[in-house]
Every structure is written in C-alpha cells, then in structure tokens.
Design a protein around this ligand. Structure first.
Ligand SMILES: Cc1ncc(COP(=O)(O)O)c(C=O)c1O
Length: 363
C-alpha cells in the first residue's frame, strides 16, 4: 500500500501527460514555453483571480511575494509555528523576523484571536497557512490586516482546490501562494508553485522578480531570482488538468468517509461550515501517536507525521528566543498528529482496510 500513489496517477493519465511532454520536446521552448501562459490562464480562471504566475517552487513563490511587497530587514511577519519550514524560512531569507502565533487545535490553523497581540509597529504582513488542505477564517484575518494596514499572503501550498464561502484558496488575500510539489493535491513531477493576485502592479513586480528582477530584457530594477517554472512541468500539469475536478471530488469523498468511520475513536479533521477541504493530508490525533504508527506499520499501512517538531523548536530559529511551552497547541499537535494514506487513487477496499486497522489499534 502506498501513502500517496503517484504511479497509479501517472498510469491513468499517461496518454495525455506523455503527449503534452512530447510536444515540449518537439518545439524546444524549455524556458517559458507556450505551456506556461496556457497553464497560467487556466489557473487564474480556476482560482478566480486576475493574475496567476507559475514559479519554480512553493518556497520561491512565498519569497517572491514577500520581496514584491517590500518586506525586508527590520520587518516582522506573523505566521504559525506548526507548518513546513518554508513558511518561516522565506521570512528569514528576505531579512525579516518571523513572529509566531499559536494554532487553534481543531483545524490546526492560526488562532485568529491571538493575531492582534502579536502585531507591533514593525509588522508588515501575515502568512496564514491553510494547513492540510483547509483554509483558516480569512474574513477575520483580512479584517485584522485591514485595521493594521498589513498584507496577507495565504500559504496555500496544501490547499489548492479548497474553498471558503465559495471562493477558492489563493484568491482571498493580497497574494495567494501554492506548491506543485509531487505530493501536493495538484502536483507536477518535480518542483513547482504558483502565485495568485488581483493586484496589477504587484503581479508585474512578482513577474519581474521571478526572472532576475527584470522588467524587460537587460533592464533589472529589482533584486530577483531564477524562479521560473519549467515548461515540461507545465506540460505535466496540463496533461493532468482535465482530471483535476474529479480528483478534488474524490479527495473530499475519501476524507468524509474516513471522518465518518473514525470520529468515535479519535479526533478527526472536521470541515468548518462554509469550507471545503482537499485533504492534502488526512490527519487524525492520537495521544499515543508513535505506538499507533508502529501498529499500523506492522499491518502494512504507511503513515506520516506532519510535523514532529514545531518551527520555534528548530535550531535555525533559536535567535527568536522561544522555549518549549510558548505555543502549547502547536506543541501538542506535533506530539499527536498522524496522517493516513490519502490520494485520489485510494480504493474503497484499501480505505476500508485502513479504517478497520486504525479502529482496532485505537480501541
Ligand atoms: C505549508 C507549506 N508551505 C510551503 C511549502 C513549500 O513548497 P515547495 O516544496 O514547493 O517549495 C510547502 C510544501 O512543501 C508546504 O507544505
């Protein structure tokens, strides 16, 4: 059994993906070939924004957004300590300081009630993470940001395809940033990511930063990077694109089925009313998490822990001066979370086997 079965996905869509890749090999425009613009138009219309920019990774996309917003040395950016390292790494990479705000336990997302206390005169932006595939309360977050004149960057690396109040993840903040890392809901077959915004001048600046800060050939007003998405990876996503809506629906059904079957034996990722969830990870809580993982492994069921250590516990952020106990909900989550196999090619039989095993272990 696979935790995420990428081979099954490739074999199902092989004809379309191979044809799209072959077309790139035939035309030879490997950098910013026509597939990039084709994909960006599809992404912008799907997410519901004026501008979508593909980039080299979900980490680069966050960094490009911060640079374009002018965040740098001396600035503070609020985010959560319970996320992948990239979210805070990019804040440090542009010379700013990450300021952590604890999560709320049910959704694993930022505790909105604690944001205002973390705002100082140096705060420039908030990066809330739509962790595991569900968005935090963006109406509340945007209201706080507007009150304090802050930008909001949704880290939607795990939530492409999710929605809140009928609006797609990536479209509800100043900028939305996603990842096409292979294991993400919409994954390519290498590294990749995208940025979403309705702001024309921000989009133009992000486009420039993506290509060495250049506005046009041999004119570089900004410090940029080589942050372009590969044309061959755009071809992979275009080959997968016709199947994407069915994948999102399947993910939703599998997630709901897990929750209905496990709710009485452990804490399950409940969907907040008004939200849809794409279950980039299907993550339960178990007080005896490591033992549960071992027992499931013995039954042939792979699991994963996202994330066993919070970011304030990471040596790279030691200078932030935090200690254990500063973010109790994040720390508790890091001890209790366990993700079960989740991907659109998980069969009913396989899921039934996982559920039966998990129930037996949790009983
Ligand atoms: C929450 C979060 N933010 C950012 C990233 C960075 O994305 P990438 O791996 O494409 O750089 C990831 C994915 O790994 C992620 O899960």
């Amino acid at each position: 059994m696979e935790f995420i079965d990428l081979k099954a996905q490739y074999h199902s869509y092989q004809r379309e993906i191979d044809a799209r890749i072959k077309a790139v090999l035939e035309h030879g425009h490997y950098i910013m070939g026509p597939e990039i613009a084709e994909l960006e138009a599809l992404l912008a219309s799907y997410v519901g924004v004026k501008h979508a920019l593909t980039v080299a990774s979900g980490t680069d996309s966050l960094e490009i957004a911060l640079r374009a917003l002018g965040v740098g040395a001396g600035d503070e950016v609020i985010t959560v300590p319970f996320t992948w390292i990239s979210t805070a790494e990019v804040i440090a990479a542009v010379g700013a300081t990450p300021v952590f705000v604890d999560i709320e336990p049910a959704s694993f997302n930022i505790d909105v009630s604690k944001i205002e206390a973390a705002i100082t005169s140096k705060t420039k932006a908030i990066i809330p993470v739509s962790l595991f595939g569900q968005m935090p309360d963006f109406a509340a977050i945007n209201a706080i940001a507007a009150k304090h004149a802050l930008s909001v960057i949704e880290d939607a690396a795990q939530s492409f395809g999710a929605s809140q109040g009928g609006r797609r993840s990536g479209s509800v903040t100043t900028v939305g940033s996603t990842s096409f890392f292979p294991a993400k809901p919409l994954g390519c077959y290498g590294d990749g990511g995208a940025l979403f915004t309705d702001d024309d001048s921000l989009a133009a600046k992000m486009r420039a930063i993506r290509t060495h800060g250049g506005e046009r050939r041999h004119h570089h007003p900004y410090v940029g990077m080589n942050g372009r998405f590969d044309t061959i990876q755009a071809a992979v996503l275009l080959g997968k694109w016709p199947h994407w809506p069915a994948e999102v629906e399947r993910r939703g059904r599998l997630g709901a089925c897990y929750s209905d079957a496990l709710r009485d034996v452990c804490a399950v990722p409940e969907v907040v009313p008004g939200n849809t969830h794409v279950y980039a990870q299907y993550t339960i809580r178990a007080p005896n998490r490591d033992l549960l993982a071992e027992k499931l492994k013995a039954k042939g069921i792979p699991t994963a822990v996202y994330y066993p250590k919070c970011l304030h516990e990471q040596p790279v952020f030691a200078a932030c001066g935090h200690k254990l106990g500063d973010f109790p909900e994040s720390e508790k989550a890091s001890r209790e979370v366990l993700s079960l196999p989740m991907h659109p090619f998980l069969t009913e039989d396989c899921q039934a086997e996982i559920i039966a095993a998990a129930r037996a272990c949790l009983a």
